[in-house]
Design a protein around this ligand. Structure first.
Ligand code: UDP
Length: 361
């Protein structure tokens, strides 16, 4: 039995770390190869995750990144096809919604290699998001769709995908949050390095194209964050840093911009933050997993359960709405705080995925 996993971007490293570990532990005889497309390539966006999260060294590194969506997806497709033809796996496994996800799914399905999609069925219903197009196309190329929530499964049913192909397993990011939380507490030094011990602060991340490629939206987000009455720690995605420098926008003094951090430092920051402001899909859920109120800097979210429960407030890029949400009390919510809602499964999504994969082949 032979599985090939295709990853390329930061959130995929975190998701794949969990599934790879369970596969290794439970089915050591399964042959597993990892392809890194190179979409995220530098030390802070890639290497640190492989080291910290014990992800095996990729068997193939395609070194494709830095181009446009079309350039990246096209080049990945060509190179992935070569690797798949040479190796002929029984199944290809892809994660999430990036160009690497779509290229992996498309390359495999055209060679009649079955595709499994982890984090299937998410929809923002905003077709201007490149991620939305990647998700829809990948879901319709896959024959095994692992969904994180009931909402995601319902979206797939609505799109006519056969029930037998859809398996609701919960969210592998929840597994990761539970597994690495203790390690983050023991190993991360970020709180003392940033002099934050005992200090209230807001953790913020901004990287979505719709927010950072538009100087008006980026400017309003920075202005809103600048109105927080406590410090804002902003680990800055390289794309955002580039756009900030291109636009000439300046962040207010209470916003502390730092380089992107590794996952363990990120978890430590999330757990210590008074609240989290983000446009990241993963960080919205991690806020909930760690019981921290979340303010989402978008007009819509794929993770609607959190908005419905009050754990997440959608503020878009309205300066007053951001200011209000940063400085007023919000309800506590999270699996650890007596919230009865656990829409992301039991923290065993990776076990369920691995068992399905192995039994299907
Ligand atoms: N993350 C990280 N360091 C950072 C910012 C984010 O480790 O400086 C992690 C975060 O904890 C989450 C994942 O990266 O697990 C989210 O990735 P990202 O926001 O890039 O993508 P999205 O989830 O929006 O697809």
């Amino acid at each position: 039995m032979h599985i090939i996993t295709v990853v390329g971007a930061r959130p995929q490293f975190i998701k794949a770390a969990t599934v790879c570990r369970v596969l290794r532990e439970q089915f050591p005889t399964v042959r597993h190869q990892l392809i890194h497309t190179g979409q995220h390539y530098d030390a802070a966006m890639s290497d640190v995750f492989f080291t910290e999260l014990d992800i095996p060294v990729p068997d193939h590194h395609l070194g494709i990144g830095g181009g446009t969506h079309g350039q990246n997806t096209g080049r990945m497709l060509e190179h992935l096809e070569q690797v798949l033809v040479q190796n002929r796996p029984d199944r290809v496994l892809v994660y999430g919604d990036t160009d690497s996800t779509l290229a992996g799914a498309l390359a495999a399905v055209k060679l009649n290699i079955p595709v499994a999609h982890v984090e299937a069925g998410l929809r923002s219903f905003n077709r201007r998001m490149p991620e939305e197009i990647n998700r829809i196309l990948t879901d319709h190329a896959a024959d095994l769709l692992f969904t994180p929530t009931a909402t995601a499964s319902a979206h797939l049913a609505h799109e006519g995908i056969a029930d037998e192909a859809v398996i609701q397993v919960g969210d592998v990011m929840y597994d990761a949050a539970l597994f690495y939380r203790g390690r983050a507490q023991d190993m991360s030094r970020v709180i003392s390095e940033l002099d934050l011990a005992g200090q209230p602060f807001i953790l913020a991340t901004v990287h979505r194209a719709e927010n950072v490629d538009d100087a008006g939206r980026l400017g309003r987000i920075l202005e809103g964050l600048g109105r927080a009455t406590i410090p804002v720690i902003l680990p800055m995605h390289p794309r955002t840093r580039q756009r900030l420098s291109d636009s000439g926008l300046r962040a207010a003094d209470n916003i502390r911009i730092i380089s992107p951090v590794g996952y363990l430092d990120m978890v430590a920051l999330e757990m210590a933050a008074s609240r989290i402001a983000t446009d990241s899909g993963g960080v919205q859920k991690e806020a909930y997993f760690h019981g921290v109120p979340c303010i989402t800097l978008r007009e819509e979210t794929e993770w609607t359960e959190l908005v419905e429960s009050g754990a997440n407030v959608l503020v878009g890029t309205d300066v007053q709405a951001i200011e209000w949400a940063l400085n007023h009390p919000l309800p506590d919510a999270g699996p650890d705080r007596g919230d009865s809602m656990t829409p992301y499964g039991q923290g065993n999504a990776a076990d369920l995925i691995v068992n399905h994969l192995v039994n299907q082949i």
